[in-house]
Structures are given as C-alpha cells and as structure tokens.
Design a binder for this molecule. Structure first.
Ligand code: SAM
Length: 245
C-alpha cells in the first residue's frame, strides 16, 4: 500500500524539500509513499486570489479564511477520503512518536499548513480537523512542521529502514529516551567507551542499556520519566480497582 501524503499549502515549492534525498526519496521512488501538493490559493473565490483577512476583534496580522480552507479540505478529502486531515499549529496537541506510529500504519495523511496568524478557528470543528504542534516554538509557517511529521512517518513505513532496524529501540518507543551510542575509535582524546560495551556479554550490555535509558530519561526529561513511571504503576492499580467493582 502506498502511504499518500497530501500537503495543503501556499508554498508547494517547499516540497519535497529534504524528503527529496536519502531514505525518503528512495522510498518515494519505490512507491512506498506518494506526495501531492495542493495550492490553497487556487481555492480563493475572488480574482485577487485572496486567502486571508484581518482578525475579528482587531490586532496584528492576517488570518486564513474559513471558506477558503473548507474548499481546499473538501477537495483533499475527495482525493483521499480515508486520510486524516491534520492542521499544523502551535495550539495543537504535541506530536508524539505514538501518534506518528498510528499515522504511519494508516493510508496516509493530509496536512494543512498555516501562515500569517494561523487559521480561522471554526475550520477545526467544521471539518473535523486534528490540530497538531511539533513543539513549544513558533515557526513562520506550517511547511517545516509538515516536513517533520512526514519524515517521522515515512521512516516507519514497511521496508523503508530495512530489516536491520524497526525503530523499536529508539527514543520514545518504550516511553524512554534511547541509551547512548559509541563507535570506534575505542579511545578518543582520552575518552573511552564504557567497558561493558566491549565485553561481548549481551545480557550485561542489554542491562546496561536499559539502565542508561532510565537514568538519562530521569535526568534529561523528568516529564517523560513521570509519564513512564505512571504508566508502569497504573495497570496494576487499575486491575485491582476492576476486581473491587
Ligand atoms: N499566531 C499563531 C500562534 O501564536 O499560535 C502562530 C502562527 S505561525 C506564525 C504561522 C503558522 O506556522 C501556523 O499557522 C502553523 O501552521 C505554523 N506553525 C508555527 N509554529 C508551529 C508549531 N509549533 N507546530 C506546528 N505548526 C506551527
């Protein structure tokens, strides 16, 4: 099955951009995913091709018009009715590896890229559009965010990373950061590789990696660690709760 990526944008020339090289490019050439860009401006009603207007209530900047957005989304849904429509916005739900896995397992994704001050809020409920953020930063447009989302999905498509790596051990897959990596030379500017990694003892190496993933997650990402610990404890207490009922 080909994963269908459809990008609704004012800047189609920004695609495939970095997805036109390396793994993603090869995967597209092999038909593992397809890319289609749709120019939002083509759905403007007036002869000036206006897609934005001033914010209701006043203030700086311009807002993407809901009528234009509705038309472009309806067009995209006609092309790929089964693909979720996702708007990139800093107000959205932060993107997670779990959501990326879900998307990569589906038929594709239609991504709506904002510009200016963003979207008329009514579009989200009006067209059942999911709002997704790629982090607590503000970009000048949704296109780089869309590229990130697609990159994360494409590498998970069957056969893209090759049999050697399923990505299952990587950061966030088990709710933790990945353990640190090392390679040759064994000694570099007085710094060595942890002894255990050169021991050849696979059980010890696995235990060391698990412990490092936990230590690093706890110190670098207390938010992730808390969630991980919560998830570990939750099923047991949830099960006890069920028995009582
Ligand atoms: N006024 C908006 C706000 O403060 O929430 C920011 C608009 S931003 C300048 C223009 C567009 O960039 C947004 O509509 C969105 O598509 C995209 N964008 C900016 N930051 C983003 C983020 N963290 N995640 C996803 N998209 C983002």
């Amino acid at each position: 099955m080909t994963f269908a990526a459809t990008i609704l944008t004012l800047y189609p020339e920004m695609f495939p951009g970095p997805l036109g090289v390396s793994l993603a490019n090869r995967a597209r050439e092999e038909g593992k995913w397809s890319l289609e860009t749709v120019q939002i401006r083509d759905f403007a009603a007036d002869r000036h091709k206006t897609v934005d207007d001033t914010p209701a209530g006043g203030g700086a900047g311009m807002v993407l018009r809901v009528d234009v957005l509705a038309k472009v989304i309806d067009h995209a849904r006609g092309l790929h009715p089964d693909c979720p429509v996702i708007a990139m916005t800093p107000r959205g739900t932060p993107l997670t590896q779990a959501r990326v896995r879900e998307l990569a397992a589906g038929p594709g994704v239609t991504v709506l890229c904002g510009r200016f001050e963003g979207f008329d809020e009514r579009i989200f409920e009006g067209r059942g559009v999911e709002e997704v953020s790629i982090g607590d930063i503000v970009l000048s447009g949704g296109e780089p965010a869309a590229l990130m989302l697609l990159d994360a999905c494409i590498r998970l498509l069957p056969g893209v990373m090759g049999a050697a790596s399923s990505g299952a051990e990587e950061s966030f897959e088990q709710g933790l950061l990945e353990y640190p990596h090392y390679t040759r030379p064994a000694l570099w500017e007085g710094r060595t590789i942890p002894e255990v990694l050169r021991s050849g003892d696979h059980a010890k190496i696995a235990a060391w990696r698990k412990s490092m993933a936990e230590v690093d997650t706890r110190s670098r990402r207390p938010d992730l660690w808390e969630r991980h610990e919560g998830a570990r404890v939750q099923p047991a207490s949830g099960a006890r709760q069920k028995k009582k009922d």
